[in-house]
Design a protein around this ligand. Structure first.
Ligand code: GTP
Ligand code: MG
Length: 156
């Protein structure tokens, strides 16, 4: 099953929104398979956002990302990457639709609460950058056969 890296950014912790955001993923039926609190080192923040290197918002983005603790989570499920991105809403809090995490809790374009991997290749790279293999815990959720129809061998 697909895995994606979610980062609950510094503002999510400072604004005490961790529980509300994590609950949304649990309630959706996605599985938490790794989770920890950390300070993101400067070098990791720069590597994580390397595609924006050179843009005017890059340095403030790195400063924000490293300014305060984050919670990093590996979320697992069928189509987890796309589902999580939809749940997050579009990048800017000011533009995100109500009903999404950013749309419900963010107005800022930088302090937008949450990161989610944007493709299978970035998910794989980002999970490896933030977690060791041992920190990802594989277990069978007891409600799997009610979250998905697995009766014919697939996951529908
Ligand atoms: P992340 O989950 O943080 O990766 O956001 P995203 O995938 O929705 O957006 P993207 O990866 O394109 O950009 C990463 C971060 O850079 C965003 O969360 C914004 O804070 C910031 N950013 C992206 N595009 C712009 C822009 O055009 N202007 C400004 N000021 N910030 C931007
Ligand atoms: Mg991104």
């Amino acid at each position: 099953m697909e895995k994606t890296l979610i980062i609950l950014k510094p503002d999510a912790i400072q604004r005490r929104l961790l529980g509300k955001i994590i609950s949304r993923f649990e309630e959706k039926g996605l599985q938490i398979t790794g989770m920890k609190m950390m300070m993101i080192p400067d070098s990791l923040a720069r590597a994580h956002y390397v595609s924006h290197k050179g843009k005017d918002f890059f340095e403030p983005l790195v400063s924000y990302t490293t300014s305060s603790p984050v919670v990093v989570i590996v979320v697992k499920g069928k189509n987890a990457i796309e589902i999580a991105r939809k749940m997050m809403g579009v990048t800017f809090g000011s533009k995100a639709e109500p009903g999404t995490i950013r749309g419900d809790y963010a107005v800022s374009n930088r302090f937008n609460l949450i990161h989610g991997s944007d493709s299978p290749s970035s998910a794989e790279k980002e999970i490896a950058a933030f977690f060791t293999k041992e920190e990802i815990v594989d277990y069978q959720p007891i409600d799997l056969s009610w979250v998905y129809d697995i009766s014919e061998g697939g996951m529908v």
